[in-house]
Design a protein around this ligand. Structure first.
Ligand code: FES
Ligand code: FES
Length: 223
């Protein structure tokens, strides 16, 4: 690897995962989240399909704090820079079932509706369903077909067909025992946000003027 093209960022990457803050050093700014998970952390529940952001097999869920609450998002890890989850919480398909093996409602619904055949796309579908669950069912809302189609629009399945998967989405029921305990996660993320981070080669400007300023300071940087 050419260090000029792939400079290692000195500031550690930090994110919340499985009840703890994960800290990784020397993560290059162009390392994808999928490669970080599968190759660096050996978390292989997340699959690689197209590696181009088209199929959704690599979907994971990230959450950030907004006004003291967690806001969840399903994202394609194959096109997401690992550094972009700094300060966020992360869930993969291996993080949903309880330690005693009890499936999460989205996994149980997929089983009951026969939403999987070869299974390669399934971890991605399950994660899109998990984000949908957090946005709706966990808030006391139901999922209709329109909402289900929207939530699953980034996931492709070549063998099961979509009807049983949409059916699984529409059958989701809240399970209080499986609720995300948000308080410690929010506290951990707020603590991360309060810690100053310097020395990163990965910049995340949040306004147009900050972007233009960063662009002027680093004209060679890859956008
Ligand atoms: S592997 Fe296909 S979208 Fe990521
Ligand atoms: S179950 Fe085989 S690709 Fe979806």
């Amino acid at each position: 690897m050419n260090p000029t093209l792939h400079p290692v960022t000195e500031a550690p990457l930090r994110f919340w995962h499985r009840d703890a803050v994960v800290e990784r050093h020397h993560v290059p700014p162009d390392r994808t989240l999928l490669d970080l998970l599968r190759e660096d952390l050996r978390l292989t529940a997340t699959k690689e399909g197209c590696a181009a952001g088209d199929c959704g097999a690599c979907t994971v869920v990230v959450a950030e704090t907004v006004n003291g609450l967690l806001q969840y998002r399903a994202v394609n890890s194959c096109i997401k820079p690992a550094q972009s989850i700094d300060g966020l919480a992360l869930w993969t398909a291996a993080d949903l079932a309880r330690p005693d093996g009890t499936l999460h409602p989205v996994q149980q619904a997929m089983v009951e509706c026969h939403g999987s055949q070869c299974g390669f796309c399934t971890p991605g579908f399950v994660m899109s369903l998990f984000a949908l669950y957090q946005h709706t069912v966990a808030q006391g809302q139901t999922v209709d077909s329109h909402r289900a189609h929207e939530a699953l629009s980034g996931n492709l399945c070549r063998c099961t067909g979509y009807r049983p998967i949409v059916q699984a989405a529409c059958s989701l029921q809240a399970d209080a025992a499986q609720a995300v305990d948000e308080q410690p996660i929010v506290a951990a993320l707020q603590q991360l946000a309060a810690t100053e981070k310097t020395g990163s080669n990965y910049l995340r400007p949040s306004t147009l003027s900050a972007l233009l300023q960063a662009r002027a300071q680093h004209p060679q940087a890859q956008l």
